[in-house]
Design a protein around this ligand. Structure first.
Ligand code: JCF
Length: 680
């Protein structure tokens, strides 16, 4: 045997061994080792290599089975019609290729179609199921398995409220097989995981594994406690009923029979129509209450589907257009501690740069020391990083099998990495803090950034890069120093032209006219967010009164408890803070004496609770919120029985559904604008 063929055998065996291990973790343990993207790469590499060396294909190679059937304690059931899976398109080009193949094949069959009509819907990230109804009654439900036979999970499916136990309508078909995707909505997943951690149980790494794992419980009472939902998208076997002639009619029929279908589905025309749908869903993705990993397009016409037919495991008339992977593998090069505004030390993983969720990521948050311990993250580890939407990338888990012998644990530093002050971790608290306060440059920077931020003093142009320079060059030590900056000082800074300097000086000048709630929020008092700042401003007649209030006084303010009161009191007692406030006022920071208050009973929206959802056209949500509050309304984040009005903009999402469910009044933007008088 030549050495090169030995090397190839070796490589093949290594790939097969990895894939077997991934399969076991994924299918049997419901706890995958590596991200899907990595799995797909390994499988494709193995397939390519085996294609190149067909005589080295082993009968037990993971490529030799389509779909994997785990060893199971469940009864096996044969699907009446095989469950197909979907081919993937990972780029616009691959989608365009698919559309061309469809048109070519139809043309060769003598069908003239300019553009093909498709039905598009989001591709849910859950577990595929097939259900059989006998004379309208749920008789059997199964997992996809290998596509020909799956596991009998009827007992578990029965616990899902959205699975009809009986079909709607008077004359049910003799036998009907329906296909759908069971999933765990994002909110339920997060809530479930929070509970699991509290109980000391294992959390699920993602909603898909949560759904698959929940369906494979032996005890249906456990499944019943999991927040599962389901959308149906197709038919299998039909007897005693005529089969609809298009995908759109199938979805319509499913709906009439009482099955939930994804409300986002649409008929699209041609490649460009599909692309437009894809872009639209990608933008909506974060707001959807469930995880999706792409969109599915199906040729709408059943007749055309028949002409196109299927290859081994996937139809030629459908394709899944995937979003870029949100999870990837990379290596932790180092773990450093960042110091925040309140001195909290946050461990941050410095990563070997990796393309994930559409961007290159080189940092990921590790939240706090407890998290590091729980996930057992060490420097040198290979980890799964996840970047979903615009949230900060995070380390999902360590691939322990790839841990190098020299992987190093991290310890909480005893001294602040920025200023050298002591680091204290209070008993039973997850966060460790630098005690340096405004002596610490990191805390100074964050305090100034917060002061200038949009919801605080709203000083445009004062961002991270500028504040870093201002603090490092000792031009600004506290927020009040900002107002002493001159145009020429600013022009002397890096990346600062005359125009930017002029703009910043005028932004600073403009910011001096503010409101008391904004000012209080801008001070950055611990535990005082926007809502508390507003409550404090409404309760006290003046800043002086607030500054001299005792804790007893403070706790009479709505929503202010002893902890917040102590923080407020301590802040105003601090000499340094008093000085900064005086300086700010001396620089001309001011606000109207009379705040419009929600406490005044004659405010037109006094006592009304509003929820805003979706994008408004003529104003931002923050502006709408501020103006509603000015009229006496309370604005909250989630819809409940105590909500009075839900204002829905573009793409409102689940809050609107909830409002309708609860019969709460809903307003569109026009109705909102007609209520807000000009100038509020
Ligand atoms: O949402 C899904 N995961 C999904 C999967 C949607 C579909 O319309 C599907 C599917 C798998 C196969 N359609 C087929 C034919």
């Amino acid at each position: 045997m030549s050495s090169s063929s030995a090397a190839i055998r070796n490589k093949l065996e290594r790939l097969r061994e990895s894939i077997r291990r991934y399969d076991y973790a994924y299918y049997v343990l419901d706890d995958p080792d590596v991200p899907d993207a990595e799995y797909d790469r390994a499988l494709r590499e193995l397939q390519a290599l085996e294609e190149q060396y067909p005589d080295l294909v082993a009968p037990d190679s993971p490529t030799q089975r389509v779909g994997i059937r785990p060893e199971t304690e469940f009864r096996e059931v044969r699907h009446l019609v095989p469950m197909l899976s979907l081919d993937n398109a990972f780029s616009d080009t691959e989608l365009s290729d698919f559309d061309r193949r469809v048109r070519d094949k139809l043309q060769r069959a003598g069908v003239v179609t300019e553009e093909v009509e498709y039905v598009a819907e989001p591709k849910l990230d859950g577990a595929a199921v097939s259900l059989i109804y006998e004379k309208g009654v749920l008789a059997c439900g199964a997992t996809r398995g290998d596509g020909r036979q799956g596991e009998d999970i009827t007992h578990n499916l029965r616990t899902i409220a959205a699975v009809p136990l009986r079909l709607r309508g008077r004359t049910p078909p003799v036998r009907l097989e329906v296909r759908g995707e069971v999933f765990m909505p994002k909110a339920g997943f997060e809530e479930y995981n929070r509970g699991a951690l509290k109980r000391g149980d294992k959390a699920f790494v993602n909603p898909r594994n949560a759904a698959a794992g929940s369906l494979r419980q032996l005890d249906a009472r456990l499944t019943a406690r999991r927040p599962l939902d389901v959308f149906f998208y197709g038919l299998g076997f039909c007897e005693g009923m005529s089969v609809p002639k298009s995908q759109r009619e199938i979805l319509g029929l499913l709906y009439e029979l009482g099955f939930k279908t994804c409300p986002e589905w649409k008929v699209t025309v041609g490649f460009l129509g599909c692309l437009a749908y894809y872009d639209n869903i990608r933008v909506k993705r974060e707001k959807l209450p469930y995880e999706i990993d792409g969109v599915v397009y199906k040729v709408n016409s059943g007749h055309l589907q028949d002409i196109l037919g299927s290859v081994s495991r996937a139809p030629r008339w459908a394709i899944a257009h995937k979003f870029p992977a949100q999870e990837e593998l990379t290596v932790i090069r180092n773990i450093e501690f960042q110091v925040g505004r309140t001195g909290a030390l946050t461990p941050v993983a410095r990563l070997a740069p990796v393309f994930v969720g559409g961007v290159t990521v080189s940092n990921a948050t590790l939240h706090n020391m407890d998290e590091i311990t729980r996930k057992d993250v060490r420097i040198g580890d290979t980890v799964i990083v996840r970047r979903a939407g615009d949230v900060i990338p995070e380390v999902v888990k360590v691939v322990v099998a790839r841990r190098p012998p020299r992987a190093r644990r991290v310890r909480l530093p005893k001294a602040c990495p920025v200023c050298g002050s002591d680091v204290i971790r209070a008993e039973a608290e997850a966060v460790a803090r630098c005690v340096g306060g405004l002596y610490c440059a990191a805390q100074r920077k964050e305090a100034i950034l917060h002061f200038a931020s949009r919801k605080a003093m709203d000083i445009e142009g004062v961002g991270k890069k500028l504040v870093d320079q201002l603090v490092e060059q000792d031009l600004v030590k506290n927020p009040a120093d900002l107002y002493e900056l001159t145009q020429s000082q600013l022009e002397g800074l890096e990346r600062m032209g005359e125009k930017s300097a002029v703009n910043i000086v005028s932004a600073l000048e403009n910011s001096k006219e503010t409101t008391l709630p904004r000012f209080l929020y801008a001070l950055g008092i611990r535990e005082v967010g926007e809502a508390t700042a507003l409550a404090l401003a409404e309760h006290f007649a003046s800043l002086d009164e607030l500054m001299s209030a005792g804790e007893d006084d403070l706790t009479t303010v709505p929503d202010v408890g002893p902890i917040v009161a102590a923080h407020v009191r301590a802040f105003f007692q601090e000499r340094h803070n008093q000085d900064v406030i005086m300086e700010l006022l001396n620089h001309g920071v001011h606000w109207p004496r009379e705040q419009p208050t929600s406490a005044s009973a004659n405010a037109i929206l006094a006592g009304k609770t509003f929820v805003l959802t979706g994008a408004l056209e003529s104003l931002t949500r923050d502006e709408a919120k501020e103006r509603l509050i000015a009229l006496g309304a309370k604005v909250t984040g989630s819809v409940s029985k105590s909500t009075d009005v839900v204002v829905a903009g573009e793409n409102p999402g689940s809050k609107l559904d909830k409002a309708r469910e609860l019969g709460i009044e809903t307003w569109d933007e026009a109705r909102l604008l007609s209520t807000l008088p000009r100038g509020t």
